[in-house]
Design a protein around this ligand. Structure first.
Ligand code: 9MR
Length: 367
């Protein structure tokens, strides 16, 4: 069965019947977005694309841009020092090529998803840390040069304010990480310069979360991010874009004005802005019915998306397409305490579209 489907996939698009059909009036999200010069994309996992024909068909139909949920991280790419493992990432690139999709890369410098040897190597000091950074970026950017033209070079480098979910004790704007300890506050610039030198036309992106809401924490983080980015730009560091992860939390109020002002401030620095990891966590008290929950999620995300587009966002990626496969279900730290499954992605666990899909179509289709 799998080999037949793989054979079909190798010949061209997946059979359309594998994905739940769209209504007569509905066009694929990638097409709706493209008609307005926008791009819709999603995070994918190589194992799911290989094992789940219906999901693979949905991804092929809906998304123009893919980002690997895991396959571009250090623990995937360099599980042991010097041994690079590109097969899972290549599988995603191959899928994208068969379906006329592009791939963005995630993530070159991050404090998480580190293979066990990496923190130990970084702790050996700045020379060793610089050599490890150079070896990884050199091998990875050489491998992906043809297929990936936008990488999250810096992921989650901004410190979280006091009182937030995951505060970072810090005396600066950078999050305390093994990279910061090893190389000092110049490490983001070092990584950007290295990436630019290795591939002069690659788009270099800084990607972060917790900057969307109308809360004091988000405001502090927006200011920190702006200070870090301004410093980089002023020093002539090669940075091209800022990725707004948008792991939204409905318990936080959202107001367009401060978010749009933040996006505009970034764009005035000459940077592109994009939404890289959209999903929605429901509030602590759930609406009574599924229909009301789904409507509320779509309404909240719709307001966010309208503001993002107004602020200059052209590309939006969700962090997966279906509730079934979401990290919000799998990870105890973010799963709901009451056991209810999250409904924060455009398709439900039976791969049926929800109002969030319609909200994405409205925002990206300009209607
Ligand atoms: O969704 C991802 C999850 O499956 C992984 O276990 C985890 C660690 O690699 O990363 C999750 O994705 C994160 C992303 O890489 C960066 N922003 C936050 C995402 C959710 O934690």
């Amino acid at each position: 069965m799998i080999s037949r489907r793989r054979a079909l996939a190798g010949l061209g698009a997946l059979p359309a019947c594998a994905a739940p059909p769209l209504g007569a009036q509905e066009a694929p999200l990638r097409q709706v977005a493209r008609a307005r010069g926008h791009v819709f994309g999603t995070a994918v996992r190589a194992d799911l694309l290989a094992d789940d024909a219906a999901l693979a068909a949905l991804v092929a139909r809906e998304a123009e841009l893919l980002v690997p949920e895991w396959e571009g991280k250090w623990d995937a790419l360099q599980p042991e020092e010097g041994r690079f493992e590109f097969a899972p990432l290549r599988a995603i690139i191959g899928f994208a090529q068969r379906h006329q999709q592009r791939v963005r890369g995630h993530a070159l410098i991050w404090h998480a998803a580190m293979p066990p040897w990496l923190p130990a190597a970084l702790a050996e000091g700045p020379r060793r840390a610089a050599a490890v950074m150079e070896a990884h970026l050199t091998a990875v950017l050489r491998e992906t040069r043809e297929a990936i033209r936008d990488w999250d070079v810096l992921n989650e480098v901004i410190a979280n304010p006091e009182g937030s979910d995951n505060p970072s004790p810090t005396d600066g704007d950078l999050r305390p990480t093994p990279w910061l300890s090893a190389l000092g506050p110049g490490y983001p610039e070092r990584a950007l310069r290295l990436a630019r030198q290795l591939d002069p036309t690659l788009r270099l992106t800084l990607n972060d979360y917790g900057v969307e809401a109308d809360t004091p924490h988000a405001e502090v983080k927006r200011q920190r991010l702006l200070r870090v980015v301004r410093g980089l730009v002023q020093r002539g560091a090669p940075l091209d874009a800022v990725g707004i992860q948008a792991h939204l939390q409905m318990r936080d109020p959202f107001r367009p004005e401060p978010f749009i002002a933040f996006l505009r401030a970034l764009r005035e620095l000459g940077l592109a802005v994009l939404v890289t990891e959209l999903d929605v966590r429901e509030p602590d008290a759930l609406a009574p019915s599924l229909a009301e929950r789904d409507a509320a999620v779509a309404e909240y995300a719709g307001r966010f998306l309208a503001a993002a587009i107004e602020g200059g966002v052209r590309s939006v990626l969700t962090w997966g397409l279906t509730d079934r496969d979401s990290w919000l279900v799998k990870e105890p730290a973010v799963a709901r305490g009451d056991g209810a499954a999250t409904r924060g992605l455009p398709y439900d666990e039976a791969l049926q579209p929800k109002p969030l899909r319609a909200a994405l179509a409205r925002a990206l289709g300009g209607g």
